[in-house]
Write a protein that binds this ligand. Sequence first.
Ligand code: SAM
Ligand code: SF4
Length: 468
Amino acid sequence: MSTAPTSQQTQRKLYIESYGCAMNFSDSEIIASIMNEHGFVNTNDELDADVIFLNTCAIRDNAEQRIRERLKHLRNNKKSNNDLIIGVLGCMAERLKSKLLEEEKLVDVVAGPDSYRELPKLVAEVDEGGRAINVLLSREETYGDLNPVRLNSNGISAFVSIMRGCDNMCSFCVVPFTRGRERSRDPQSIINEVLELQKQGFKEITLLGQNVNSYLWFGGGPKKEFKSLTPEEQASSVDFADLLELVANAVPLMRIRYSTSHPRDITEKVVLTMAKHNNICNYIHLPAQSGNTRVLEAMSRNYSREWYMDKITMIKNIIPDCGISCDIIAGFCTETEEEHQDTLSLIQWCEFDFSYMYKYSERPNTPAAKKFTDDVPEDIKSRRLQEIIAVQHKMSQEKNARYIGKTVKVLIEGNSKKSDNDWVGRNDQNVVVVFPKETYQKGDLVEVLIERSTTTSIIGKAIGMTEL
Ligand code: SAM
Ligand code: SF4
């Protein structure tokens, strides 16, 4: 239930800045919804804001350093507006808890990912002259009943969060500590949100979670409690393939994407569901992290190189033209030169369309930090990362060149960054496509004949409107 805004709150302006993964950008839309319900209005101008929230990421050290730098700059905002309230939300807030208030005197509010409903109350505490913190993690919270307010939206594609938290405990990863136990959102509330997006004119949704293939609805609560249900209760649960099917049928004219998949959990049932529905895009983001089985074991990823390759084969057997992308970590603890070579060869074997590639960054208190020494020297990590990037770029170039002379279906998302005369969108496989606008409009689904390619995009000419 919303609390009636006071006359003072009605005027107050909120500026939210999001960092990190899509999940955080999606959370900011939940935060805006909660704050708007309590009388705050959104602004895109930080200098005009009464409240500034930084929705932060903690996945690598440099993500946190970026926030520290940003806070230094915000000192000026506070100097020119004494009443300005600054909040640090999200994963960095959850990781550092009250330490953040001790270390960053500028910060008034610290709130973790499960305490966003408390934000108006936390701001009110600051109004009373204090500083406020809530970093409690929840077993049930999914914010499923809220109507996210679309921020910085292109009006065409939107994120829909389907689950929260992660139970996987990959040894390098801070997420299970910052986002808590895995829990899934009621499928009916997901469908309602998707139908609402369709009504607002959106054409594409991305279902979001840290490990969407692990989605399981059985009435709510932590996933680990599924085991204690009766066989009948278990049989009536909704898994990710069921959810995909429900969403695909609910909005047959919308494009559906999802992210992220864990290789351990992606099933044939999910891929067959994708193949069955024209409106589910043929694209899977399937982070491998490493191409070497011993390193994968040290990472606690629970699959081997061969298991991963078998999953790629399974996907390509069912959907031969499926786009596949990857996340790779260079220089994880104890990684040898030969093991690094296995990562390079995996990229080539899998022919990833693109990858997000990172140097390993040790995160305090994670299993890897406790168990291993971060023993790959920085210069070697950097060199390995450069080699990974070079192989992936060559692969992306080759894959994009294969589109030349072919037609692809593109949903127009907006102006191309380089020219207002061109549209930009993505094809089914999530490759960026650029082409002259002519008479086409944002939101149109068009057939584009590809004439040229680069490492990051394919370029062509529209030849007509098309259907999913
Ligand atoms: N849940 C997703 C998964 O398992 O693939 C991804 C979660 S994480 C937000 C995104 C990516 O960050 C991971 O896939 C991994 O490649 C990278 N990452 C996570 N922890 C890292 C660390 N300590 N150092 C470097 N990269 C890291
Ligand atoms: Fe982190 Fe692993 Fe969970 Fe992804 S699956 S969020 S990498 S613990």
